[in-house]
Design a protein around this ligand. Structure first.
Ligand code: ZN
Length: 119
């Protein structure tokens, strides 16, 4: 989890799990990207955007809302949203392959970096 504050040294801790190494590595990368994304969402839109997973969860309980859709049948899976598993599921490899930072979140990252363009 990331309550929007990365560790003091901005590191993520890799906890060995029960998966084989390749799956654990992929899962770690996806979770790390998601957790880093919380910092971007918190900066750009506050607790409801970040802890609320862009409106897909209750910000405090982290439970999906009744309006939260299941995973999309095809195409991109929003890295920063939760999906309702009771409505539709995807397998591990599909989640790894199609999870992506959405364009709006990339724009939020660029905006929050406060880049100053040289003339
Ligand atoms: Zn999250």
């Amino acid at each position: 989890m990331n309550p929007a504050i990365l560790g003091i040294d901005a590191s993520f801790i890799y906890n060995k799990g029960a998966f084989v190494a390749t799956q654990a590595d992929m899962d770690f990368k996806l979770v790390a990207a998601h957790e880093f994304g919380h910092s971007v969402l918190m900066y750009a839109g506050g607790i409801f955007l970040s802890w609320g997973h862009k409106g897909s969860t209750n910000p405090i309980l982290q439970s999906v809302k009744s309006t939260t859709p299941g995973y999309p049948e095809k195409g991109a899976i929003d890295l920063m949203k939760y999906y309702d598993w009771s409505k539709s599921r995807v397998d591990f490899m599909r989640r790894m392959k199609d999870s992506t930072a959405m364009e709006i979140d990339i724009k939020r990252l660029i905006w929050s970096s406060q880049i100053k363009w040289l003339k």
